[in-house]
Design a protein around this ligand. Structure first.
Ligand code: NCD
Length: 424
């Protein structure tokens, strides 16, 4: 097989593709953010909340580590990665999955001319799951089709998880971003959150730990329009919008929510600005979409930096520069895409600052002096990635229900008591 063979399938609109990526309405492969819906995002967040409580306890952590101890995962990451690679590794370890890796294809048989598709098929012979990152936008998608074709011929096939596909999609980063935003706009302390479980949502009622996450709103009279949850908010993305796969995946997920405004602040350059196709998709999903060239741009007389309920900073991704790009960027004032302590001080005091990381220390889109500001959420965001990825793996391999039952039997009372009596 070659990329050419997958062309017709790749060209289809996402909605036509998603049924092939699931079995019995349950995700099989995780390739696009649009495979998630609000119920599933809520469910995974609930499972992640349980896992993080269980993992703090010796018995809970021992229980988790038996859940998938018969499984082996291949992490095939041929593009640089720190957080996605390590948090997937840690997530696998939490659930007892054995992890193996290929990161440098020059040390695998690809150096002898083996095609990446043959590599994938070989991985599927030895492992039960392939988590992959590639510079090639549609490679993970093609691999999912390869697995489905094998299934059709009664050959061994395994789930594929996309850990970043060129400039295209990074669905599990969007998942952890949503989880972080959910936790932020729950407006409860972590102790309170760990204490309230199980108001099951209709869809996952019999199978899950889902619960009403937003029923503890602390009054914020100074922000009269502020509501709990992800609805009814202004989200601002800043930096390299055009080549930011995390931006694309997260913006798609945010557009699932009601009354959402999405601000995109980037240089007015075709490579760096909001792609027309994404803009149309977001508008069709019902989001209000506004583009700006500075965080100071005014909307109804108020600068974007002061309007945002959540700010998502990104790095200028120079590694995707093509010949001529650096020259064409020469007249851009990149200072407009850097955060300063003064700008942060003007933000709403509850508005989290997110960044998928790595931040570029040379460029300085978020100077480290901002790290101690209570709005700086990016390190917690990265840790959330481990819990929500563990939740995703638990869901994919159908142990999420067992984890919820174990929690209910052994931990629910304990954490309610701890939350009620906690002084921190
Ligand atoms: C991002 C990525 O690789 O797309 N990082 C990540 O996965 N946490 C963003 C980036 O590299 O700038």
């Amino acid at each position: 097989m070659d990329f050419y063979d997958y062309e017709p399938r790749l060209r289809r609109p996402p909605r036509m593709k998603t049924p092939e990526l699931q079995r019995d309405k349950h995700l099989k492969h995780m390739i696009f953010a649009s495979q998630f819906d609000r119920d599933l995002l809520e469910h995974l967040a609930s499972v992640a909340d349980l896992i993080r409580v269980l993992a703090r306890d010796k018995a809970g952590s021992d229980f988790l580590s038996t859940q998938l101890s018969e499984k082996r995962a291949m992490l095939y990451f041929t593009q640089p990665s720190t957080r996605t690679f390590l948090s997937f590794t840690a997530a696998c370890q939490i659930l007892g999955i054995t992890v193996n890796e290929v990161r440098d294809p020059s040390l695998s048989s690809e150096a002898k001319g083996e095609s990446p598709f043959d590599s994938i098929r070989m991985f599927s012979s030895y492992f039960d799951l392939i988590i992959m990152r590639s510079r090639i936008p549609n490679f993970a998608e093609c691999c999912a089709y390869l697995m489905n074709d094998l299934e059709d011929f009664n050959q061994r096939d395994v789930p594929i998880i996309n850990g970043g596909a060129g400039t295209d999609e990074h669905p599990t980063q969007a998942l952890l971003d949503i989880y972080t935003i959910q936790r932020t706009f729950q407006f409860t302390s972590p102790q309170e959150m760990d204490g309230h479980f199980f108001a099951p949502s209709a869809r996952y009622e019999s199978s899950s730990a889902s619960r009403a996450r937003f029923d503890e709103l602390r009054e914020r009279p100074e922000y009269s329009g502020l509501t709990r949850g992800l609805n009814n908010k202004e989200y601002c993305f800043c930096g390299d919008i055009g080549r930011g796969r995390t931006v694309k995946s997260l913006a798609n997920l945010l557009s699932l929510y009601d009354d959402v405004t999405l601000h995109f602040v980037s240089p007015q350059h075709p490579k760096l600005g909001l792609p027309g196709e994404l803009q149309n998709r977001l508008l069709n999903a019902g989001a209000r979409v506004l583009t700006h060239d500075s965080l100071e741009s005014l909307v109804d007389g108020v600068p974007v930096i002061e309007r945002a309920d959540c700010l998502y900073m990104t790095r200028i991704q120079q590694e995707y520069n093509e010949p001529g790009d650096a020259d064409s960027f020469r007249n851009i004032n990149f200072d407009n895409y850097k955060l300063t302590p003064d700008l942060v001080a003007r933000m709403k005091d509850y508005a989290p600052i997110l960044h998928p990381f790595p931040r570029d220390a040379n460029f300085g889109e978020i100077p480290p002096t901002i790290d101690t500001n209570p709005r700086a959420m990016y390190f917690r965001q990265a840790r959330n990635g481990m819990w929500i990825r563990a939740a995703l793996l638990a869901y994919l391999f159908n142990v999420d229900r067992d984890i919820a039952s174990y929690y209910r039997r052994n931990f629910a009372e304990y954490t309610s008591y701890a939350a009620a009596n906690s002084t921190t």
